[in-house]
Design a protein around this ligand. Structure first.
Ligand code: RB5
Length: 147
């Protein structure tokens, strides 16, 4: 799959690790920055990854900041984005199965590297269950339309 990945300075180190992990799993990655630990503003990178996913140039997105919260809030402002913060394999799986999340967000200051790698694998290997969850996703899409 084609995966867009981005972070701020706090997430830079984990982003680099997850990027290698994605390549090891056989995915194509497009790294949209940041490219060092110099302080930057996370909305810039959340928007870049959000646009890559909403435009269809990426199948999924990965975002990392200190907590995962800032990048998720910002990415969710891009139409068509469903970004969720995950902390383990279970929340990662449920983000796909129930919420049809298309961007997974990590808090580099909160989650260990191995947990993040496993959670990322769980996210990418899980599928939306549809059914009663479909209606709820449609309600969210309707909220977007109503702006
Ligand atoms: C940066 O210090 C930090 O605020 C940012 O990475 C993120 O955690 C915001 O939600």
């Amino acid at each position: 799959m084609q995966i867009a990945i981005g972070s701020d300075h706090a997430g830079y180190s984990l982003k680099e690790i997850l990027k290698v992990h994605l390549k090891d799993l056989g995915h194509e990655t497009s790294d949209l920055g940041t490219f060092s630990e110099e302080s930057v503003d996370y909305p810039i990178y959340a928007e870049k990854v959000g646009i890559a996913v909403s435009s269809g140039s990426a199948d999924f997105g990965v975002l990392v900041c200190g907590t995962g919260i800032g990048v998720s809030i910002a990415a969710n402002k891009v139409k068509g984005v469903r970004a969720g913060v995950v902390h383990d394999t279970t929340s990662a799986r449920l983000a796909r199965e129930h919420n049809n999340a298309n961007i997974v967000c990590f808090g580099a200051r909160l989650v260990g590297v191995e947990v993040a790698k496993d959670a990322l694998e769980s996210f990418l290997s899980s599928n939306f269950l549809g059914g009663r969850h479909e209606r709820r996703i449609e309600e969210i899409t309707e909220m977007e339309r109503n702006g």
